[in-house]
Design a protein around this ligand. Structure first.
Ligand SMILES: Nc1ncnc2c1ncn2[C@@H]1O[C@H](COP(=O)(O)OP(=O)(O)OP(=O)(O)O)[C@@H](O)[C@H]1O
Ligand SMILES: [Mg+2]
Length: 291
């Protein structure tokens, strides 16, 4: 009877998103800080790509990183995933100091990069099996996880297709399925919806919400400002600096300034915040030249 009660009623809750929500919840307390970034810096030679960035992310949050091209989003992501060493600052991810134990943190995070990073000439099955092996999954456990993600991401019928020949939406789903094979506590998604049509984007956000409800923390970048509204909190970054942070509502209010109550959308808020910061930085450089 207990098992029967745990089953969804016929025809209900059998969606991939519901399956995702029912996945094993990651260990730890809801609301606990899982990412702590303090004065994070990354230089490439003399160029500062990330300039003294600080923020924290709590377990189960959907945390958005927004910023124009070249703002330093991917660079920040790569440092958070232990793929790029920081030039300075502190960085704790899933309870691990990334300066000392990068491999240990990597086991607990999933990363879907901005560029398609799977093997285009391998089939869906081969990619999953290869990356599953890289995450340390073997035998029955690997097969079980592959079956689960294939169901969750509705990929079973494309199993023997070469990944490089799949339509964009499928490729994006496969990339996400691969990043979730080892059931990471934190999933990093770098521009996962670029090039996806509105239906695919809606389906994608349903999956993200379900993941977060299941306790997975999601850190995501996007250039679609309306998608920022699906995030619990966002950061707006430009030229490597954090310009605004908070809930989407708080960031919109921040863009307007004190005492104003006009309603603006996230795109207007984003443009206002970035333009104001760029104007300030130009004024500062002029003053420095004059001095
Ligand atoms: N390996 C590198 N060597 C030198 N400069 C780099 C390197 N990686 C990134 N940069 C520079 O750092 C800056 C930030 O790049 P990054 O890719 O993090 O931006 P982004 O916010 O992800 O941009 P986009 O929205 O276009 O993806 C850019 O000016 C980029 O040219
Ligand atoms: Mg990028």
């Amino acid at each position: 009877m207990t098992l029967l009660r745990a089953q969804p009623p016929a025809g209900e809750d059998a969606s991939p998103a519901a399956t995702l929500a029912a996945s094993r919840p990651p260990a730890g307390q809801p609301g606990e800080v899982v990412i702590e970034v303090k004065d994070l810096v990354r230089r490439f030679g003399d160029f500062v790509a990330v300039a003294s960035t600080s923020f924290s992310v709590r377990r189960g949050e959907i945390f958005g990183l927004l910023g124009p091209n070249g703002a330093g989003k991917t660079t920040t992501f790569r440092m958070l995933c232990g793929l790029l060493p920081a030039s300075g600052g502190q960085l704790r991810v899933a309870g691990v100091d990334l300066r000392h134990a990068r491999a240990q943190a990597r086991q607990r995070i999933g990363y879907v990069s901005q560029k398609f990073a799977l093997y285009g000439n391998l089939t869906v099955r081969e990619n999953l099996s290869f990356f599953g092996g890289a995450y340390g999954l073997r035998g029955a456990r690997l097969r079980e996880r592959m079956d689960t993600v294939l169901r969750q991401f509705d990929l079973a019928h494309a199993l023997d297709e070469p990944s490089g020949q799949l339509p964009g939406g499928y490729r994006q789903r496969l990339a996400m399925a691969t990043g979730l094979l080892h059931e990471p506590e934190i999933l990093f998604l770098d521009e996962p919806t670029s090039g996806a049509d509105p239906l695919a984007r809606r389906e994608f956000w349903r999956r993200i919400t379900a993941l977060s409800e299941g306790g997975t923390t999601v850190v995501i970048t996007t250039h679609f400002m309306e998608e920022a509204e699906y995030c619990d909190r966002i950061v707006i970054q430009d030229a490597g600096k954090v310009l605004a942070i908070g809930t989407p509502q708080e960031v919109r209010a921040q863009a307007l300034g004190d005492g104003k109550s006009r309603r603006i959308d996230m795109e207007q808020a984003f443009i206002a915040i970035v333009e104001k910061a760029r104007h300030r930085s130009q004024e500062k450089s002029k003053e420095e030249v004059a001095a």
